[in-house]
Design a protein around this ligand. Structure first.
Ligand code: FEO
Length: 401
């Protein structure tokens, strides 16, 4: 890689030495339209410390960036904040070829590194302060944000929080700092990342935000493992996290559906008209063009989830089943809902979807089934269902009775 890929200075003696993945479009089922970065950081004290690594095939890019400021073999320590392979893929090579003295990780991280790669790491405890390579670090476990091993590493002297996946986003860019990037892009990609990765653990995010100050973590810089580094106006990203984690219902109603012969699509459009008439803001998401990761992002900002599917082979249409499993796993909260769909002779899909929405604690307002092609009366039922959902949303959002 020669001297093409350079480190980027974050602060005196602290460098970004990660990799930019311009081509990534799918991150385990999450569509990443703007690619991503895998951020690794180099801290130069008495002995160099590497914080996290990159996906395995980006190892040479990371090494080239490290080599632009220090001989890679001088790296004495590695801190692994998170064991997922987008941050540890290059770690086995680093250990084998650079031979650092020690690798540090949380207790669960030690187990995960052993299970993934057979690596023997040294555990650090929650709240532990340690001098590593002449630099003081403070470790804070962030269990289940979003893996059991996840932890923050904080540099008290410089106020730098290495936050692994938290406060990150999938965004490939040549800009390394959030203040160099359009706010609209940061908000979109930050929210999408939160919805697709962190949403199941939203209550933990709220707890964490209140806990970091008590632990003596008052960051001036937040350096996540994906996307840009935050060095200005940190309240912006912290405020967004607080807002997203709250999942306060809004008048937006996501209508997600698929269709075989346009009957379920027609029902969706009629429901959309009823929602609008009732004062809600419908967002129609036909699955022929809406990716599951965009659906959950819209749901993050909604108060209603309305799902439609034709019945096929006595079941749910495949893309609807896919998105329902995805949404269920991400555990969105505070939603009202409804179900609809066309059928030919058996019509099981609507009932199956109702069961899934109930498991998701969605407050179901009603459902409509239409045989083959919705009649004008059926379309009126759909319109009325949209109106009823809007009415319920007003109750939930404004306490209207
Ligand atoms: Fe970016 Fe959970 O790995």
């Amino acid at each position: 890689m020669g001297e093409v890929f350079k480190a980027v200075k974050i602060e005196e003696s602290v460098y970004w030495v990660g990799a930019i993945d311009w081509a990534l479009s799918d991150f385990h089922g999450y569509r990443t339209d703007r690619g991503t970065t895998y951020n690794a950081y180099l801290v130069l004290g008495d002995k160099p410390v590497l914080i996290d690594t990159v996906k395995a095939r980006f190892k040479d890019e990371m090494l080239s960036r490290i080599a632009s400021v220090v001989e890679p073999r001088e790296i004495a320590y590695v801190i692994s904040n998170h064991s997922e392979m987008d941050h540890t893929g290059a770690l086995p090579w680093v250990i084998q070829h650079l031979e650092p003295e020690k690798v540090f990780a949380s207790g669960m991280g030690v187990k995960a590194l052993k299970a993934h790669f057979g690596i023997d790491a040294v555990p650090v405890a929650n709240g532990e302060k340690m001098n590593i390579g002449g630099v003081e670090f403070l470790f804070a476990e962030t269990r289940m944000l979003h893996w059991p091993d996840s932890m923050f590493t904080y540099m008290p002297k410089k106020g730098i929080l290495f936050s692994q996946d938290a406060f990150g986003m999938h965004l490939a860019s040549t800009e390394r700092f959030a203040d160099e990037i359009q706010e609209k892009v940061l908000f979109e990609e930050g929210a999408k990342y939160f919805a697709n990765i962190l949403l199941p653990y939203a209550p933990l995010v709220l707890k964490l935000l209140s806990r970091v100050g008590e632990m003596g973590i008052t960051p001036k810089i937040i350096a996540p493992d994906h996307g840009p580094v935050w060095r200005k106006d940190l309240d912006r990203i912290l405020g967004w996290y607080s807002q997203w984690a709250d999942q306060k219902p809004t008048m937006r109603a996501v209508v997600v559906y698929d269709t075989m012969w346009q009957s379920t699509a027609l029902m969706a459009r009629a429901i959309g008209e009823g929602l609008q008439e009732g004062g809600a803001k419908p967002v129609l998401m036909p699955l022929s063009k809406s990716h599951r990761s965009n659906v959950i992002t819209e749901v993050l900002f909604a108060g209603a989830l309305i799902v439609g599917s034709p019945t096929i082979n006595n079941g749910i249409f495949p893309r609807v089943a896919d998105v329902l499993m995805y949404l269920k796993g991400l555990k969105p909260k505070n939603l009202v809902g409804a179900v609809f769909g066309s059928y030919g002779w058996s019509g099981e899909a609507v009932g199956y979807i109702e069961s899934i929405l109930e498991e998701m604690n969605v407050d179901i307002v009603g459902s409509v089934k239409a045989m083959y092609v919705p009649s004008p009366d059926k379309l009126q039922e759909c319109y009325t269902l949209g109106m009823e959902v809007a009415k319920k949303l007003k109750e939930v959002c404004y306490g209207d009775r």
